[in-house]
Design a binder for this molecule. Sequence first.
Ligand code: DHB
Ligand code: FE
Length: 288
Amino acid sequence: MAKLIGGLGTSHVPSIAAAIDKGLRDTPDWKPFFDGYIPGQDWVKEHKPDVAVVIFNDHGNSFFLDKVPTFAVGCAEEYRPVDEGWGPRAIPPFRGAVDFSWHFIDTLVENRFDPMICQEIEVDHGIQVPMELFWGRPDQWPVRVVPIFVNVIQYPIPLPSRCYEMGRVLRQAIESYPGDERFVVLGTGGLSHQLQGARAGFVNPPADEAFLRDIATDPDKLAAMSREQYVEMFGSEGAELMMWLVMRGAMDRDVVVRHKHYFVPASMTGAGMIVMENKATSSPAVAA
Ligand code: DHB
Ligand code: FE
């Protein structure tokens, strides 16, 4: 039986990719940010997941406002990194976990979720940046991926509680999958940021710190919040944070936090990372 070995959360700010591409990793502005991810990179090296299910939103690169699926799941052999306007990036394409993707889509539909099914799609910084933050710049990604796209752009966006519920279905799909793969689930986006309107530039570090605590200890509270509360607390784009609830919903009620990192600002965003394991199956701590 396939197994869930951890839940990871991270921001996916596009300037992180630009900083890597431009060789800025060790500059004074960026080093404290990137150093905070070293324990997360060590964790994936030690625990060696086979499949990464990555929840993110497309940012007008593969879908545009003319067609917006609320939830979409990739079931492709390969996902090419989309060119977001600065030219192709030097990262390999992502290999799909096609069989599992179809199994997950089946499980979703059996549980009354009806996602868009994507057999061919390119993927933007929403997945590129998290993959680079945890796995660096390999010649080939050491995990296969299952992208889950959530609409957090075009209202009406889904309820936080619906994202949380989808996570429970994801867990059911992992545990009913007849393989021996080790799965990690990555929730991405946030933390607080607003890129537009009267509050452009808004960040809310105290709310971000509370989110990084509550996602582990009180996810029901975060799932019960309204979409409007997400926007008020985290900014219009910070509402992306509700996608972490898909990851959290896939985990047990009781988790162990292995690593956590918060840095502000990355670009105009509160940037955060967390690594969690289910308490019941948690392995000894990895040295930071
Ligand atoms: C920015 C874009 C994002 O998609 C995000 O999650 C955070 C920041 C940006 O353009 O600065
Ligand atoms: Fe984003």
